[in-house]
Design a protein. Structure first.
Length: 366
């Protein structure tokens, strides 16, 4: 029996284009659709779910089974060198999403877009209307998010949330995780705690900073705002010319310069494990012992956290569970729409976190 791949190969098009050729609303040219349908007719190929075979002059007004079970995973990268395979956090999120999609009988297409720089054209999966819905993964500027909203019927934000309240969102408890991490240091006796973050204004990082601030407030401990340190490029376009390694080196030098100043903190809560690794490197370069003279807590608990020297205390985020939850949300939206059900209000699904204490925290030096 012929498959969609056989038709695509003979027609010289993608499988998504073959799928779209069987829908009334397809924006394909007459020539392309006609060629695909002619080859499909010759091979006796018919998509699952179509009640009758299509011909060159007729399309069937049945739902496209292929598109209705295909979703997109759009990753918003910070710099061009930031890829899914190289990103420990989002690669784990992707693993969970792919596993859940497979369990639900759905296919997943992947794409990467710069989170701050609009692309000249939409990803092929969007242009070709090849997906029934998308996961928009990570932070991105509002205008970039809006370009997808205009063309994709069902969207779930992953590791982000829609401040306008239009779309389902799946994210971890950034506030609670940072609150717990800060409280742990306060309970150890630290009263001069720093917070290391990025100059970018991701909502998830702001949540973590808020948790850090509120933990101090509830403990009755004043914050030294000079100890809230933002590193990285200013977001003025200069980061376009830097590799990920160059960005890390620049950020590490900024941390070193800060730690050389008098009155440095005795501990750091970091916006993620990458920031925590910068502190570990900077302290090593300055011969500041960890945890004897500096305690450090990361965020995410990536696979490499336990392998750092010393093993990093970190707030654990179940990255795979985030991916799984987002796919379930998107699947439910698509299924409800196909059945003609009224759309329910957007859902914000917040996953819990857990502080994992290893060897980078201790009481402050006397």
């Amino acid at each position: 029996m012929a498959t969609i791949h056989d038709v695509a190969k003979l027609a010289g098009v993608s499988t998504a284009t073959v799928s779209r050729s069987f829908t009334e609303t397809s924006a394909l040219s007459y020539e392309t659709r006609g060629r695909v349908l002619e080859i499909a007719e010759r091979l006796n190929y018919r998509p699952r779910g179509l009640a009758s075979r299509t011909t060159r002059s007729r399309t069937v007004a049945a739902p496209n089974a292929s598109v209705s079970t295909t979703i997109g995973f759009e990753y918003f990268a910070y710099v061009p060198s930031d890829t899914l395979p190289s990103n420990g956090f989002y690669s784990a999120v992707l693993d969970g999403a792919q596993a859940e999609a497979a369990r639900l009988g759905m296919h997943m297409l992947l794409s990467t877009t710069h989170r701050h720089k609009p692309s000249q054209e939409l990803p092929p999966m969007v242009r070709e209307q090849a997906v029934a819905g998308m996961l928009l993964v990570g932070a991105a500027d509002a205008d970039i998010l809006e370009t997808f909203v205009q063309y994709v019927p069902h969207i779930v934000l992953l590791d982000n949330r829609d401040i306008r309240g239009r779309h389902d969102s799946v994210f971890s408890d950034g506030f609670g995780g940072a609150y717990e991490a800060t409280k742990h240091l306060l309970d150890l006796g630290h009263r001069h705690i720093g917070f290391l973050t990025s100059r970018a204004t991701e909502l998830t990082f702001r949540d973590r900073l808020n948790g850090f601030v509120c933990a101090h407030f509830h403990a009755g401990v004043a914050i030294n705002h000079d100890h809230i340190v933002a590193v990285g490029t200013p977001g003025d376009g200069e980061n376009e010319t830097l590799s990920g390694k160059e960005l890390r080196e620049r950020s590490m030098q900024e941390v070193v310069a800060f730690l050389k100043k008098p009155g440095r903190p005795t501990a750091f809560v970091c916006a993620n494990d990458d920031h925590a690794a910068l502190v570990l490197r900077a302290c090593r370069a300055l011969d500041i012992s960890i945890p004897g003279a500096m305690s450090v807590i990361g965020y995410d608990d990536a696979d490499t956290s336990a392998e750092l020297e010393p093993p990093l205390s970190s707030v654990r985020v179940d990255m795979r569970a985030m991916g799984e939850a987002a796919v379930r949300r998107l699947h439910a939206r698509i299924a409800a729409a196909r059945q003609g059900e009224a759309a329910h209000p957007p859902v914000f699904e917040q996953l819990p976190t857990k502080l994992v204490v290893r060897q980078t925290t201790a009481a402050p030096p006397v």
